[in-house]
Write a protein that binds this ligand. Structure first.
Ligand code: SER
Length: 872
């Protein structure tokens, strides 16, 4: 086949290479923490700063294949996937870019040539039409005069609801950033005179290529500034264009997906699967693989949250179609096999990806099973044909049970859910579900002067100016006493949470009378916001204030940060292994460090690591910082995070030659400041991921003191001195075990004695042994044991044992198996119940009851005996 997915990808790159474009790799899928995006959503993301003129790129014409994920924000296709034939969550975007190099005319001509020329995609010209932004006369005229499209094949697109730039033909990456008018090329699936009313109808036409003219920078809502140069950014979904070239009616029918879906939908199955669910499984699994591959683990925040959402959505669809042959994680090799030809490194992480997915899958499967049980139980008790939205939300909120699944189960059982009511309940609760990223974006940064910079590496206290104040997430000129708010200042010694290090706290004050307590410091977009409460006075915009961090706390934080670097370096040395940092958390009290390590970690490794860190603390080495080119730092083998993107100039932190990392965090002056370093726990938290928790300085000392206090208590208890604790505990334990053994032996002896005494009291009722005896054992388990042994010794018979518990008697009756057809334990217990006004029951060989009316126990027993006599 000429137009296989792999060929189409290569043809695109070759075409633009012939047009003197440089082929550069697409960026990572996972965006770094400073980005407004969680995942890359377009080929242009990596060139954002180049378009804005902030960065020079070594090439002025490039072409890329970009891994994209559209599951949130401005570009969210998650809910379309599977239901629309032409949407994928994860997809590959083919693009060509020019940074001030060529004109709109060149961009349009290139696109037309690739799509229609015989040598390339060879699509008949009359099968294509285009849209243009209504004010973009230049593009309109290029299509009309240069390409010679008929008038009806050039459609002008206006702003939606008359809001300027709110248009399908004005492309924006996010709420801010490079943007501009675009012209889109559509493929006609059905022949019509005019397509103007059918642009969204994918049965009639589909958009295949978007050519954006980056002419503006959106700095905030309603504020768009022109850029000095015109740049070109084009994007064409590989899966869509391939579907057209292969003449199939869906992205999911192209060779790539067709192969995968055939493998998932194994042939020997009788069920006719719902294709949509299969499409979702295939699409989502590809996304899942790439996200985990780039280091994300499912959790409840940011990227991890999206990953969890995609995994769970897939599992729900598997449940909906009752797909049972494979677990989701077992399908990974199948998908990787098809991605492998162009993403070679994926195979190396196959087992890792599988194990992360497996854990999440098994965990969610439990939720699904429990949720279904709860739901069915609720449906069973309903006395009308409607399920309350509050219950639907309760299942979702408390257990994470998906609303879609509740709906689908109810639908099958003809139970109605009022969607309006449910929407209201969800809306009411939505605030609580927002993830951290959203929390930080809740305020729209306006009025900010751009010089909001961090001076806290050296300075702990500074006089500066209030730039901006937010109260209740809205900009305001003043903040008054007792109000909570976020304050932005021109220069700040406060470090905003990042790279695992928590934000600083401290105070912002004025004239000794106005005092704002900073409880936390976070970044909002790229600005440092001081979150807290005005304890007294009033603070206004442009006030001169003093900003002062909590020095004592900061010192502890920075000591911990430096200790984390030492820990990282020591682990590399001791484990003799290429470990990679997977996450860290550093505050003033504690260090948490997660890293990849697949082998077993031994206690001795931990002790050695601790020793090395402490040796470096003792060396009292000065910590050095430097700014250098990222490329240079990489060359010099500085440690950096593989799934993070860095600016071209980075800050490096050196602790002698021992530890060299790229890091923006704050650090101790000398290693000696750390005092001591103590690892308090190490454990595996996921497949191939180990977590170490540690303390430094006085916190470490306190931990050691606590341990000593315990040891003192043990010594006092055992009445011994230091060096014999362990031998003494050994002896005590040995003595204890011996006594336990002796005790068991004695217990058995007593038991045997008791049994003998009981058996001695046996009488015969019609030749059958009959034992009825009060005992002094008061534990049901022991009574049963006793009965078993008596039965072994008498072979045939009826046994009734009873003991007194307060004002009641507890009876246990048992009958040997060989006579239960004559009389059984339940019958006997029924007689006892009747005569003692009791309650109880059991099985034919053994039954129990509690007797209440026991005043005349001898009479009762006689009656019981007579009744039994009558029965047998
Ligand atoms: N940025 C545009 C898009 O994503 C073109 O690449 O559609």
């Amino acid at each position: 086949m000429k137009y296989t997915t792999n060929n189409v990808r290569n043809m695109f790159l070759n075409f633009f290479q012939e047009k003197k474009h440089t082929i550069v790799p697409g960026s990572q899928l996972v965006q770094n923490e400073n980005s407004d995006l969680l995942f890359t959503n377009a080929g242009m993301n990596q060139f954002k700063t180049v378009f804005l003129g902030k960065k020079k790129y070594p090439f002025s014409k490039v072409t890329t294949v970009q891994k994209c994920l559209r599951t949130g924000g401005k570009h969210n296709d998650l809910n379309e996937v599977g239901y629309s034939n032409y949407h994928n969550t994860f997809f590959e975007m083919l693009g060509n870019f020019s940074f001030g190099e060529y004109s709109k005319k060149t961009a349009i001509t290139y696109a037309w040539e690739l799509l229609t020329h015989k040598k390339w995609f060879n699509i008949p010209q009359n099968k294509l039409f285009v849209t243009v932004y209504y004010t973009d006369e230049e593009s309109y005229n290029i299509w009309k005069k240069k390409i010679k499209l008929p008038n009806e094949d050039i459609i002008k697109i206006y702003d939606k609801k008359n809001k300027k730039y709110e248009s399908d033909n004005f492309w924006q990456m996010g709420d801010t950033g490079p943007c501009g008018p675009c012209t889109e090329i559509f493929f006609k699936k059905k022949k019509k005179k005019s397509y103007i009313n059918d642009l969204q109808n994918k049965e009639i036409c589909i958009e295949i290529w978007n050519i954006v003219f980056i002419q503006f920078n959106k700095i905030q809502k309603n504020s768009i500034l022109p850029l000095p140069i015109l740049s070109i950014d084009t994007g064409m979904g590989l899966e869509r264009i391939t579907s057209i070239l292969q003449n199939v009616p869906s992205n999911y029918k192209i060779d790539f997906f067709d192969n995968i879906i055939k493998k998932i939908n194994y042939k020997d199955h009788n069920n006719h699967f719902n294709n949509q669910s299969l499409y979702i499984i295939a699409d989502h699994l590809r996304a899942i693989i790439f996200i985990i591959y780039e280091g994300i683990i499912p959790n409840n925040e940011g990227q991890g949250y999206i990953l969890r959402k995609i995994i769970r959505r897939t599992l729900v669809h598997m449940k909906l179609i009752k797909y049972k042959k494979y677990f989701l994680y077992q399908l990974i090799p199948t998908i990787i096999q098809f991605i492998q030809p162009y993403e070679k490194k994926l195979i190396e992480k196959k087992t890792y990806i599988q194990s992360i997915l497996q854990q999440e899958e098994l965990q969610f499967k439990k939720i699904l099973d429990q949720g279904v049980k709860k739901l069915l139980n609720e449906l069973h008790q309903l006395n009308k044909k409607e399920l309350d939205g509050n219950f639907v939300f309760y299942l979702y909120d408390t257990m994470g049970f998906p609303i879609d699944l509740t709906k689908s189960i109810c639908h099958k059982k003809n139970i109605y859910i009022n969607q309006n009511k449910l929407d209201k309940i969800i809306l009411k609760n939505k605030k609580n579900i927002k993830n951290k990223k959203n929390k930080n974006c809740m305020i729209h940064i306006t009025n900010l002067k751009l010089n909001n910079h961090f001076v806290g590496y050296k300075t702990k206290k500074i006089d500066t100016v209030i730039n901006s104040i937010f109260v209740k997430n809205k900009p305001t000129k003043v903040i008054k006493e007792n109000e909570n708010g976020i304050i932005f200042i021109e220069k700040t010694p406060f470090f905003a949470e990042s790279g695992g290090q928590i934000g600083d706290s401290g105070i912002i004050y004025k004239n000794g009378s106005s005092l704002f307590q900073v409880q936390d410091t976070q970044k909002f977009s790229n600005y440092i916001g001081h979150i807290g409460k005005l304890l007294s006075g009033i603070i206004k915009n442009n006030d001169i204030i003093t900003a002062e961090i909590n020095k004592k706390k900061r010192l502890c934080i920075q000591n911990n940060h430096t200790a984390t670097h030492l820990l990282h370096a020591a682990l590399i040395l001791i484990l003799n292994h290429k470990i990679e940092q997977r996450g860290s958390f550093i505050n003033h009290e504690y260090i948490r460090f997660d890293f990849s390590y697949f082998k077993k970690i031994h206690k001795i490794d931990i002790l050695n690591t601790e020793d090395i860190v402490n040796q470096y603390i003792q060396k009292n080495t000065v910590i050095m910082n430097n700014n250098m080119q990222f490329i240079q730092a990489k060359k010099e083998k500085y440690i950096y995070l593989k799934n993070k993107t860095y600016d071209s100039i980075v800050r490096t932190v050196n602790i002698g030659h021992f530890s060299r990392e790229i890091c923006k965090g704050t650090h101790a002056n000398r290693t000696g400041d750390i005092g001591i370093f103590k690892i308090i726990s190490y454990k595996r938290i996921a497949y191939g991921v180990v977590r170490i928790e540690a303390l430094t300085g006085l916190h470490a000392l306190k931990n050691i003191h606590d341990k000593y206090t315990q040891i003192y208590a043990i010594k006092k208890f055992l009445n011994i001195n230091d060096n014999i604790i362990i031998p003494k505990i050994n002896t005590v334990m040995q003595n204890y075990l011996n006594l336990k053994k002796n005790n068991e032996y004695l217990k058995q002896k007593i038991m045997f004695h008791k049994i003998k005494k009981i058996i001695a009291k046996k009488i015969k009722i019609k030749k059958i042994n009959f034992i009825c005896k009060k005992i002094d054992i008061t534990q049901s388990k022991l009574v049963k044991k006793l009965i078993d042994q008596i039965k072994n010794m008498i072979n045939t018979g009826i046994i009734i044992l009873y003991y007194q518990k307060k004002e009641k008697y507890i009876f246990t009756s048992s009958v040997t198996k060989n006579i239960i057809n004559k009389i059984n334990a339940i019958q006997i217990i029924e007689i006892i119940k009747k005569n003692t006004n009791g309650s109880g029951g059991g099985k034919v060989e053994l039954a129990e009851c509690v007797g209440n009316n026991i005043n005349n126990i001898f009479c009762i027993l006689e009656t019981i005996k007579h009744t039994i006599e009558k029965i047998i």
